[in-house]
Design a protein around this ligand. Sequence first.
Ligand code: NAD
Length: 367
Amino acid sequence: MFDLMQQVRLCDLHFKHDPHTGLKAIIAIHSTKHGPALGGCRFIEYPNTDQAVKDAALLAKGMSYKAALADIPQGGGKAVIMKPKNLKDRRALFEAFGDFIEELGGRYLTAVDSGTTSDDMDIIAGRTRFVTSTTLSGNPSPYTAQGVVAGIKSAVKHRLQRTDMQDIHVAIQGLGSVGQSVAEHLAKAGARLSVTDIDAEKVEAVCDQFKATPIAPEDFFSLDCDVLTPCALGNVVNASTISQFNCKVIAGSANNQLSDERWGHALHERNILYAPDFAINAGGLIFASMHHRHMDDSAIAKQVDHIGVTLSDIFTQSEHSQQATNVIANKLAEAKLYIRGNQASPHSQHQWPQEKGHAVSNPHAVH
Ligand code: NAD
């Protein structure tokens, strides 16, 4: 356990077992250097506790990197509830989970993730205020889409020297909450769209609405286009797809797009500009954080659009240093997390007051 914590540079791990409700939960906090750890709560079945802990730890690290790069006053955390085979009372379980979060006094702020819904967050909100993505707070997906579009525009400018999207051919994989919204923005901007999803009804709807061309899921990776936009699954850049790409840019919302970090280098060698996933898909996190801090819509929109600027910086640094964009993004996030002094950001000091006697931003939490 401690080896994993050291490897991931995890700050702390919290466990809760509540025999009355069957709750078996893990909260992993990677960093609170810039503010309370924010990250979703997964509610899925795990083969064993080790797998659940590993999942929570790695996901928490990813959230720290995402928050650091997006310059928001949050650390990275993630919760995992091991889904019981026979769930008796969902409400009671999420109430017990809310109590668990409350016990941490604000060090961790939860949100929706795989297997949880806004209704679950509403139950948690009955026990603690350290929760986002309730039915009242709204859906983060449109903000994720807005950030992805800002990132695509930035990549198109850098790689194709174009400041508009007219007739730029974009292929979108996955027409869920994010993919549909990305399609809408890009269609309005004049892009030519090819779209795919395993759900034929979604494809039909998007094609009708935005004059997009349908493509078969298996044709996505090899499509001759300007931009590939993965908005469905992770691990889309892998040993089998790397030789198929026929695009100039890969920029989409899916988490963990590289099955291995080395594929970032392979894309760089092939002159395919890759927008690192945790940089381009931070819009939902930005929304959750800023909305929770009662910031207004225009400030949120401005911060989400800043994703385009962050990516532009990554692309320029990659070009100058001849290092892959994922390497640059990791270095930038790590500089903010580990190197730049040992103080919490001014944001976190001003906007996160001490709660229940706990210093919610802990400048000493990260080594
Ligand atoms: P979603 O579940 O609403 O949509 C995913 C879509 O992908 C579905 O329509 C599904 O049918 C489709 N799909 C699944 N497998 C496919 C395949 N093999 N080929 C084509 N389509 C396939 O999810 P979402 O909220 O739109 O998120 C999309 C991606 O972005 C996910 O990877 C998610 O982790 C990531 N992401 C989302 C947010 C957010 O705010 N929603 C934030 C950050 C990252």
